[in-house]
Design a protein around this ligand. Structure first.
Ligand code: ADA
Length: 552
């Protein structure tokens, strides 16, 4: 399953069988085919712990007719073949894509997916970085049976009017037929429905909007995360031919002065930055591990999580929706200077990551803000223009959520005025000795003087490192668990004492593996600023943060 609920009652959709044959042609003597389960990353196999190359996944499928494969994530280049014919190509580990095989004869077919995690000139976003660029089919794969037309997506905007809540549904239907068709579309949500006729030109996609008055539904909130199924059904000649079921929560997010309002109530954010990674499973954490993260963050007193620095597995987002954890989701890029931003493919690949994120995750009620461009060159004219373009794209794709970007601590930012929420990453007491309150005040002054006055402010990263199990109760030296407690305590207290700040995301929830080129600054080859280590063993800071988050 790629979601945590049934997504179809009419379309036949099943998870691809989990065992595949993997060949690793660039692994020298380790290239013999081996059986692996999917989703996974090949680094979870001990022989391939540091493998950078191609991974050829194969399995036999019994299918026929119009087959739609959905690949939730392949890290980080992908080519999909059916019986040797190329069906689809995709770049970027963190968003899904479809591969269509039309008019297949019924019987056995060979499905082959080539993944590739080598850095190279054609990769602008996946570069050696402060997290690891894994390889493999890292999210679930679905095999679906389609007829002559199918529902591509149904985006739901929930709005509160004088008559109660309304669900505005933007539905895309695609014809796979060589002839025009007359169809009907019906949407059901919370016991209310609406329908419309759809004329489908041969082989084309059509966008339809339907407004469904839903009246007095239970709104979604962190304290009462009420979810409703939205079901869209496509019929031809009175017979249902396809459907799509998603989940929505009724809620509105608005920015008003320094405040972010959820259904009119101001948010006070206390949360974590979380990389999608777990111990030896790397990027492909099992569902149980995702749920454990949600439970640990709740136990720590957090009400929000930031999906640094890329879109997350929809199953994790589903868990957030269900448990009321608010989400800052961002498209994929971390820490690029202007030179990297001038890579000829940078904007094209970032636009794709951004558009696919919004397209695929639009309905998650937990997502309250979209982000992008973490710590890039917002201090140069060229860099600032990239920020503005991505903010524009986010707003064009979704007019219901504010946009933001986590900015670097150095002065000279030019985009405070361009975002709805000002977000700043600060590392006082860790990378430099300035007192926390002072470094925050300096950044706020800079933001206020440059277009950010009267906007909500989030401290999107702040934190300190500790190596699990390293203790130094007397000297409290850097990397000891004791020192991490001292610094986090000073940081959290100072940030949450500032009335202009709407929230804090600690850097970070769990330790993560980094690219080898970062290892000289990162003991163990890990970014060790987690309050738990990569296996979720609690450091001393777990207790410190828990006490503060519950108190403040
Ligand atoms: C930055 C960056 C993070 C991480 C962090 C750190 O703020 O956004 O990805 O690298 O610094 O640990 O230094």
């Amino acid at each position: 399953m790629d979601r945590l609920f049934d997504t179809h009652a009419i379309r036949i959709s099943r998870p691809c069988a989990p065992v595949w044959t993997l060949t690793t042609p660039d692994a020298g003597g380790l290239d013999a085919p081996r059986k692996v389960v999917v989703p996974s990353v090949w680094e979870s196999h001990p022989a391939l712990r540091a493998y950078r190359g191609r991974g050829i996944y194969e399995q036999t499928l019994r299918c026929g007719g119009n087959v739609r494969l959905w690949l939730g994530g392949v890290s980080f280049r992908a080519k999909v073949f059916m019986d040797g014919a190329l069906l689809a190509e995709h770049y970027g580990a963190y968003t899904g894509f479809e591969a269509l095989a039309l008019g297949l004869p019924r019987g056995e077919h060979t499905l082959r997916v080539e993944a590739d995690n080598r850095y190279g000139d054609d990769s602008a976003l996946h570069v050696p970085n402060d997290y690891y660029a894994y390889g493999g089919i890292n999210r679930p794969v679905l095999v679906e049976q389609l007829g002559d037309a199918y529902i591509v997506r149904c985006h739901v905007r929930t709005r509160l009017t004088d008559a109660g809540w309304t669900a505005e549904c933007a539905i895309r239907v695609r014809s796979l037929s060589g002839a025009p068709m007359e169809a009907e579309l019906c949407v059901d949500i919370a016991g209310h429905s609406a329908r419309t006729a759809v004329a489908l030109p041969a082989g084309e996609s059509v966008d339809v909007t339907l407004s469904v008055p839903c009246g007095d539904v239970r709104p979604w909130s962190p304290d009462d995360p009420a979810l409703y199924a939205v079901s869209a059904v496509l019929s031809v000649g009175g017979a249902p031919v396809d459907d799509l079921i998603d989940r929505v929560g009724f809620r509105e997010v608005r920015v008003e002065g320094r405040r972010i309002l959820l259904n009119g109530a101001p948010l006070r954010l206390k949360g974590f930055n979380r990389h999608e990674e777990y111990g030896s499973f790397g990027l492909s954490a099992p569902l149980e591990a995702m749920m454990q993260d949600v439970q640990l963050m709740r136990d720590l007193g957090a009400n929000c999580v930031r999906t640094c620095h890329y879109p997350n597995d929809p199953r994790f987002l589903d868990l957030c929706d269900e448990t009321g954890l608010l989400v800052w989701e961002e498209s994929h890029v971390r820490g690029f200077d202007e030179q990297r931003m001038r890579h000829p493919l940078f904007m094209e690949q970032l636009r794709a990551s951004t558009a696919e994120m919004v397209e695929q995750h639009f309905n998650h009620p937990g997502i309250f803000v979209w982000g992008s461009l973490n710590e890039c060159a917002d201090d140069t004219e060229y860099g600032a223009a990239c920020y503005r373009e991505i903010f524009g794209l986010l707003r064009e794709l979704d007019d219901t959520r504010p946009v933001t970007a986590a900015l670097l601590e150095r002065p000279g930012g030019r985009v405070f005025g361009d975002m709805d929420v000002v977000s700043v990453n600060l590392y006082p007491q860790w990378y430099h000795a300035t007192p926390v309150a002072e470094s925050l005040a300096a950044k706020l002054r800079e933001s206020d003087a440059n277009g950010g006055a009267d906007k909500p402010v989030i401290v999107s990263e702040i934190g300190a490192g500790a190596i699990y199990g390293y203790h130094d109760p007397l000297g409290r030296s850097k990397w000891s668990e004791e020192r991490q407690c001292d610094i986090l305590e000073a940081q959290i207290e100072a940030v949450l004492a500032n009335p202009d700040v709407t929230g804090i995301f600690l850097w970070q929830f769990a330790d993560v593996r980094v690219d080898e080129s970062w290892a000289p600054h990162r003991p163990r080859g890990f970014n060790n600023k987690g309050v738990v280590d990569e296996y979720r063993r609690a450091k001393l800071a777990y207790g410190t943060v828990k006490a503060l988050f519950h108190k403040l």
